[in-house]
Design a protein around this ligand. Structure first.
Ligand SMILES: Cc1cc2nc3c(=O)[nH]c(=O)nc-3n(C[C@H](O)[C@H](O)[C@H](O)COP(=O)(O)O)c2cc1C
Length: 211
């Protein structure tokens, strides 16, 4: 496999200072809309990076389930590896990559748990099987086999009967409140466009960065 021969020129779009709004959330919304409109595979998938108790950064993909003018929200198990990492260090990075649009967005911010009400509201919109899966999976902990996982799922399903599962306390959402954004648009000859937003007392400060 000659990986050095895999080369792609990027010329889907461009990014100029005048196209960057004062509020980076507006740009995020514009790009997410474009990703959804362009039928990008999993447009809401993002890498969440955390710093674990061992001091190492770690990343994994989760789905963005909500955002507004202040924060991004995803849902997970609070006792998972990422939950343990976030309990010790709330500094978080989010990363979106939409290859079909030749775009990347990097975000840094502070994570905090959602209110129980917020988590309940989302949990109750999930299909029944997904809610049961939350109860059956002690996320990030070792299990003896695939068969064990499936038997747990069936056992919980049987025990619930026609009852609706309640959200367990160890599962819910995190809001990430950003203080930094970077928008990256691939360009030809590797002369890509990059704009960063940094939050300051005066509001968002916009800078163009060398690629
Ligand atoms: C496309 C995709 C979407 C995913 N969405 C979620 C999600 O929304 N929440 C979640 O906890 N895990 C999600 N996962 C699984 C995580 O990547 C990861 O395996 C899991 O959360 C355990 O991570 P941890 O051990 O670092 O805590 C998703 C994985 C992929 C590939």
């Amino acid at each position: 496999m000659k990986l050095q021969n895999i080369r792609k020129e990027y010329n889907f779009s461009t990014l100029s200072r005048k196209s960057m709004p004062i509020n980076p959330f507006e740009k995020f919304q514009e790009w997410l809309k474009a990703a959804i409109g362009q039928t990008v595979n999993e447009p809401t998938a993002m890498a969440v990076s955390t710093i674990g108790p061992d001091g190492f950064p770690d990343s994994r993909i989760v789905l963005l389930k909500h955002f507004d003018d202040e924060r991004f929200t995803f849902f997970t198990n609070y006792e998972s590896s990422k939950g343990i990492a976030l309990a010790g260090c709330e500094k978080t990075a989010l990363l979106f990559f939409w290859p079909e649009l030749e775009r990347q967005i990097r975000i840094k911010g502070i994570a905090s748990k959602c209110s129980s009400e917020f988590s309940d509201n989302y949990f109750n919109t999930r299909p029944l099987e997904s809610r049961i899966a939350v109860l059956a999976s002690n996320q990030s902990h070792e299990i003896p086999s695939r068969a064990y996982l499936e038997s747990e799922f069936e056992r919980i399903k049987r025990e619930l009967g026609s009852k609706n599962p309640a959200r367990p306390n160890n599962w819910g959402g995190y809001h990430v409140k950003p203080n930094h954004f970077e928008f990256w648009q691939g360009r030809s000859n590797r002369l890509h466009d990059r704009f960063e937003y940094r939050f300051s007392a005066e509001g968002w400060i916009l800078s163009r960065l060398a690629p």
